[in-house]
Design a protein. Structure first.
Length: 351
């Protein structure tokens, strides 16, 4: 009896998720077809259909989804109806944030399609192992959100701005992907040189091409290393590490090695997926995504405790941005020699 009474709620939840999925697919299609690009000024559905060589009915339905999402509003004048991006959506429609938004949506669709294909063939495993350039570039472009966070977080980190503006400033980008974060930082701070640790050969190839196109090849280098290969002492002013993409033992070893590799008073940033506990479905989805990426999800309290246990000071969590949360922690202002890892050897981590 309980199972029967519970069925309608489950079906309603499934139906709601299906509707959300198709709405998200519609938004993705609107970006990919170029429809979103045309909405900076009022335009009629007929004009959109002609410009983009799309079926009028398809344009009508896509616009209907965008209006329902609050991304587009309708206007009437001279007896005709036109469509234009809402002020709230305009920020995410064009420019650098538009590219990040489109990349994030594309990355979601490509990765979920791959997860379904892997599950159907029994190949679904945890760990980031993508080699498809489209996936690597799309996921890499989402790192453009770093600029949003950095605008608020970096100036609040004591002494960091002065360090990054000095000649010889160095940045360590762990799990750099295609190097978006390093590129963003180097464009803001002309004195910074970045070292990208990225084991994925396809990501390194794409990253080097992008760096050359941006004219940053003299300041950004790529190494075929994981964080377990890091053995520097007092080399970097700032480091970043993406927790969801690293198996827990590798992450814990990594933050220990980064602490040693930072200059006295240097800062480390940790990117993690936000787990919104007030929304059980969203929280469960974040945990699953983090598991597929290899690192699993951790709470803010757990992550701060790991940072403190590794010897960092001033560990804190900043507000989430775009489904991610940034953590910051500082190395001691007193220089120290590299510490032995004891039983936590690199061989054990790789095993």
């Amino acid at each position: 009896m309980n199972q029967i009474s519970a069925a309608p709620d489950i079906l309603s939840n499934i139906s709601a998720m299906s509707s959300a999925m198709w709405a998200y697919t519609s938004l993705s299609a609107a970006f990919e077809l170029g429809l979103v690009n045309e909405l900076g000024s009022p335009v009629s559905a007929a004009d959109l259909s002609a410009r983009l060589d799309l079926e009028p009915e398809l344009v009508d339905d896509l616009l209907g989804v965008l209006v329902a999402l609050g991304a587009v509003e309708t206007r009437r004048g001279d007896g005709a109806e036109s469509y234009v991006a809402t002020p709230e959506f305009e920020t995410f429609r064009a420019g650098s944030l538009g590219r990040v938004t489109r990349a994030g949506i594309r990355s979601d669709h490509l990765q979920t399609a791959d997860a379904l294909s892997s599950a159907r063939s029994g190949r679904l495993r945890s760990g980031w192992s993508h080699s498809d350039p489209d996936v690597l570039v799309a996921q890499g472009e989402t790192a453009g959100l770093f600029r949003l966070s950095a605008e608020h977080v970096l100036p609040s980190l004591e002494g960091l701005r002065d360090s990054l503006e000095r000649p010889g400033a160095r940045f360590l980008d762990v799990g750099a992907g295609v190097g978006v974060i390093s590129s963003e930082l180097c464009m803001v701070y002309p004195e910074v040189a970045a070292e990208c640790f990225e084991p994925n050969p396809e990501a390194r190839r794409i990253g080097r091409e992008r760096v050359r196109s941006a004219g940053l090849e003299e300041r950004i280098s790529f190494r075929a290393d994981g964080v377990e290969d890091l053995n520097a002492v007092g080399r970097y002013d700032l480091a970043i590490i993406p927790q969801p993409f690293l198996a827990p033992p590798a992450f814990e070893l990594g933050i220990e090695r980064i602490r040693t590799a930072l200059r006295p008073g240097g800062w480390m940033l940790v990117l993690a997926l936000e787990v919104p506990v007030a929304d059980p479905v969203a929280a469960a989805a974040s945990r699953f995504r983090a598991r597929l990426w290899g690192g699993g999800a951790v709470t803010a309290d757990e992550l701060i405790r790991k940072l403190e246990d590794a010897g960092f000071e001033s560990a804190r969590a900043d507000p989430p941005v775009g489904g991610y949360r940034m953590f910051s922690a500082r190395s001691s202002s007193v220089a120290s020699a590299a510490e032995p890892l004891g039983e936590r050897t690199v061989e054990a981590i790789r095993a």
